[in-house]
Design a protein around this ligand. Sequence first.
Ligand SMILES: Cc1cc2nc3c(=O)[nH]c(=O)nc-3n(C[C@H](O)[C@H](O)[C@H](O)COP(=O)(O)O)c2cc1C
Ligand code: SF4
Length: 473
Amino acid sequence: MKYKRIAQVKTPEAFADYLREIGVALEFDVEMQVGEDAPLAQLYGGAGFKIGNRFCVQPMEGWDGTTDGRPTELTARRWRRFGESGAKLIWGGEAVAVLPEGRANPNQLMITKETLDDLASLRKTLQTAHSQRWSTNDLYIGLQLTHSGRFCRPNDKNNLEPKILYAHPLLNAKFGLDEDFPVLSDGEIEEIIVAYVRAAVLAQEAGFHFVDVKHCHGYLGHEFLSAVDRPGKYGGSIENRTRFLREIVKGIRCAAPGLAIGVRLSAYDFIPFKVGEDGVGEAEIWEGTYPYAFGGDGSGTGIDLTETHKFLSLLEELDVRLVNITAGSPYYVPHVQRPAMYPPSDGYQLCEDPLVGVARMVHAAAELKAKHPGLLIVGTGYSYLQEWLPNVAQNVVRTGMADFVGLGRMVLSYPEMATDILTGKPLQRKRICRTFSHCTTGPRMGMVSGCYPLDEYYKKRPEAALLKEGGKK
Ligand SMILES: Cc1cc2nc3c(=O)[nH]c(=O)nc-3n(C[C@H](O)[C@H](O)[C@H](O)COP(=O)(O)O)c2cc1C
Ligand code: SF4
């Protein structure tokens, strides 16, 4: 099936018609508002927050740190551009590992005593870039803390060294692990909790306003939520599956008082997908109820947010107010996590219009916001909207479906989009992310990440030509 490219949808009427045609319910504002009354320009205040507008830069790593976990000039450039974007909420910058063995790749940043000064200066780089144009007293910056769990590749980009919580029948098979591949013991989990708390203390020293205790995309925090078969205190009941989070939060409150805490959450998940007929993505086969998709309805591809609501109620109880709603995982359901017209090299051809994936995320965030109005909710998955991103974003914030619009890939290709929207400038169409996925395929081919097709700096790098070939696979 052929899906229409967004660049071909030129008028609000045509966009509304196309959404109807593909059966996607997604509201958008036809008229954009500019100036201090514009919904996207509103300050998010109260309860200790002062965040100057409703744009959030999503965490995005570049596979470009040193092997001892420090940022390089490429990392600094990305953070500088995050600061220049004009967005006032910086959600984590990028995934930063709390332990060397918990890195997703040998070039992931790490937070340790040794790298503390480097991370502090990375934060300052972002803040200074921002202050050259705007005040920084309403900029809110967090650091995303991660352990990559099942997807650790700490020593070799091509070699998984997984730390798993339970034998997942499909994921163990997909990534070449035997059924009896060892799982982390409760004692090892306790050591990881200590590492998170230590990392949070260091993040506070480095001047970050908050830390994100990442629970998304198939990494360790997220895997706890589906550890329904795991015996002992970290598996089974929802209470046990959230013990990891509760113990980290308790530890941070005690060791780093005053540091705010956030959680980026895959609010729902799907059964892993595989390349099917004609290269199109299809769900793995499963008989009966599929139990391993947190926020799923048991069918493998449906959503039931009952447990997700419970998780958010727990966050409220813990006074964790910052929540970033994302979904799925880039490793086994990229179309759920990162809607794109062109799949990454380890993905599959489109099994749905990417707008379906965008709307799914927008609606999940809205449902969660409606039941948990006191939480600061960031929505994800907007980049695929391209020309229509501003219109959907304004509608979402104006109607209270989310408090912040998160920008991921769009910030790599066109960091100033938020500023252009806020100041009413026409969008720079040549810089709009067209979801070519080279920023995902690059690292899959062992390269640093970046927007090779549209960012002048990356266009000139030798990897750009290689990707043109490899990315077509
Ligand atoms: C190159 C790249 C790196 C990413 N790195 C991270 C990361 O470190 N942490 C994280 O939570 N999400 C990461 N993501 C996911 C994004 O934050 C975001 O959820 C995703 O790209 C969908 O949003 P978008 O449609 O605006 O791009 C990454 C995405 C890309 C493309
Ligand atoms: S490489 Fe550039 S255009 Fe392609 S998905 Fe990434 S940010 Fe968008």
